[in-house]
Design a protein around this ligand. Structure first.
Ligand code: B12
Ligand code: SF4
Length: 491
């Protein structure tokens, strides 16, 4: 039976709960003060602006739980799921109408449903406005599943609800959804089941959204910014002359495929998150990572390096076939190749993924405690390594990669001294100055760091790649116009 709101909807509260980790010694405030809750700000755009709307992100502020909103909208990731359910129960007990959506709700609707009046599966761009219409008509459903997938006619994101000064990178943006690939460990296929799993905004709307963002620096959170070459090329051409500097993520094959990466560099791309995942051919094949198979990682590094684009390399440990030596091999390669920052993950079978189904079929899952599904814990039985070896090897990899010696060695692989310096500053800035970051966050001065960061990002060799007209010609492999973004890779 669909629930009915117990009172008219006047006050709406959108909440991004913090992961349980927030209370643990591993909590890194800077990591969680990077990006604002873009998904919720996107949904807020569908609300009647006359309503009293608040958006709270527990990663950067204490949640006020003593208020009495009429409608509560909560975003649920796997690692914040328990916290999200507690908050949902709390507000339902106070008579609010509570709706839950996001990745984890889509993976496990049956788990989320008892904590909500309505749940949403998949992206919310069509279901949420439909729900609002149904709610206004007095007949909301208990469950909405996204079937229509398009980013046409999106209302402008309610960025005014975001407290920009609490974030290092308030200008996060997505211009597409999903990804054209199908890696077995990725959340993507489960989340986009029942419709298109990769689609883009119109180029002119994306450019308009970019134009609305203040400052210079942008971070594209798209799963695969180069996923549609034509779209990406047009987007980057449109961005030339905007004076932007930006970061994003793309796959190994897309970097080697065509000239999109040059166009991106000309538009101001300064760092790229690249899913190398593993150096093992069998590991790639097993993970369904066909887009990496047979590609030269060295060539990827060279191409990005020549364009002055910093590399945030992502690596996964614990794939079947990984042995005790995988950690040393991977870290050695990353350092030797001059990867600027590395993100290591322990393989994590998210519910809904084909990896999870395979592990369940092989009876290899050892816990269903979602707090541990943070890619830092071993939640399954690995082959070829004991769980303890996997965990210790993962911890060692971070230590080894971010040792001062390794930072300087990786930095020294670049041709110019300035490039090397930028590399060292960036990498050390991300991992070596935790206390300084904590202090800046505690005194709420993170926004003061932004102009400093933007200055660090500017090109070493003059402002050649910052989006000046004709930059495509100036940012060539030979120009080595290097600019580095001090904002590190995403998790
Ligand atoms: C930015 C980001 C972060 C940021 C900040 C999160 C934030 N402020 O939003 C930080 C750095 C904190 C982070 C950390 C982690 N992240 Co993260 N992150 C992302 C990233 C790159 C972008 C999120 C985003 O903004 N997307 C764009 C917006 C528009 O989409 P959206 O948020 O999904 O919202 C839409 C829908 O989900 C839906 N929706 C969401 N909520 C609701 C609610 C309702 C009611 C409705 C109707 C609809 C709805 O509608 C929205 C519009 O379509 C995603 C990958 C991705 N591309 O999504 C990974 C991702 C979410 N992260 C992931 C992971 C694993 C983590 C970490 C555990 C990693 C780690 N090892 O530490 C941590 C823990 C996170 C946590 N808090 O629990 C996984 C999640 C897997 C899962 N099944 O939950 C993802 C999908 C990456 C991946 N490919 O595996 N992350
Ligand atoms: S390339 Fe990345 S986003 Fe695409 S399916 Fe694979 S892991 Fe997911």
């Amino acid at each position: 039976m669909p629930a009915m709101p117990s009172r008219p909807i006047r006050r709406v509260k959108l909440i991004l709960p913090a992961l349980t980790e927030a209370t643990s010694p591993f909590w890194r405030p800077i990591k969680y003060s990077l990006f604002p809750p873009l998904g919720l700000a996107t949904l807020a755009a569908y609300l009647d602006p006359e309503l009293e709307i608040t958006l709270q992100d527990e990663h950067v502020e204490r949640l006020d739980l003593d208020d009495d909103p009429d409608l509560v909208v909560i975003q649920v990731y796997i690692t914040n799921a328990y916290r999200a359910y507690r908050i949902a129960d709390h507000y339902r007990a106070r008579g609010a109408y509570v709706v839950l959506g996001g990745l984890h709700v889509t993976s496990l609707p049956g788990e989320a449903a008892p904590h909500a009046d309505t749940i949403f599966l998949g992206p919310g761009e069509h279901t949420f406005p439909q729900f609002l219409r149904d709610l206004a008509a007095g007949r909301p459903l208990s469950r909405y599943g996204s079937a229509t997938r398009t980013l046409e006619e999106l209302p402008p994101i309610r960025r005014d609800l975001i407290r920009r000064r609490l974030y290092l990178v308030p200008n996060s943006i997505v211009v597409s959804r999903g990804c054209p690939h199908h890696c077995t460990f990725c959340y993507k296929d489960a989340f986009f089941a029942g419709g298109r799993s990769f689609y883009t905004q119109r180029v002119d709307s994306a450019l308009a959204e970019i134009g609305r963002l203040p400052g210079r620096h942008l971070y594209f959170l798209d799963d695969h910014l180069f996923g549609n070459s034509r779209f990406a090329r047009e987007l980057f051409r449109g961005m030339r002359g905007m004076g932007r500097i930006f970061q994003g993520a793309a796959t190994v094959d897309s970097i080697l495929r065509d000239d999109v990466v040059e166009e991106a560099a000309a538009a101001g791309l300064r760092s790229l998150f690249v899913g190398f995942e593993t150096l093992s051919r069998d590991g790639l094949a097993g993970a369904g990572k066909r887009q990496n198979l047979g590609r030269s990682y060295e060539e990827v590094v060279r191409r990005l390096d020549d364009l002055g684009i910093m590399i945030n390399g992502s690596f996964v440990f614990g794939l079947d076939g990984d042995d005790r030596d995988v950690f040393r091999r991977t870290v050695d390669w990353a350092v030797r190749s001059g990867i600027t920052t590395a993100t290591f993950h322990i393989l994590t079978p998210y519910p809904g993924t084909s990896l999870h189904a395979d592990m369940a079929a092989q009876d290899r899952l050892v816990t269903q405690d979602w707090d541990l599904y943070d890619t830092r814990h071993v939640v399954y039985r690995p082959i070829g390594l004991s769980p303890d070896e996997l965990k210790r090897g993962y911890d060692w990899s971070y230590r080894a990669f971010y040792r001062w010696g390794a930072i300087f060695r990786a930095a020294s692989t670049h041709a110019s001294a300035k490039h090397a310096l930028k590399h060292a500053a960036y990498s050390a800035g991300w991992k070596k100055f935790e206390r300084a970051w904590n202090l800046v966050i505690r005194i709420q001065q993170l926004s003061q760091m932004r102009p400093v960061l933007e200055a660090v990002l500017s090109s070493v060799a003059g402002d050649s790649a910052g989006g000046v007209e004709g930059a495509a010609e100036t940012v060539t492999p030979s120009s080595r116009a290097i600019a580095r973004d001090p904002v590190p890779g995403r998790p």
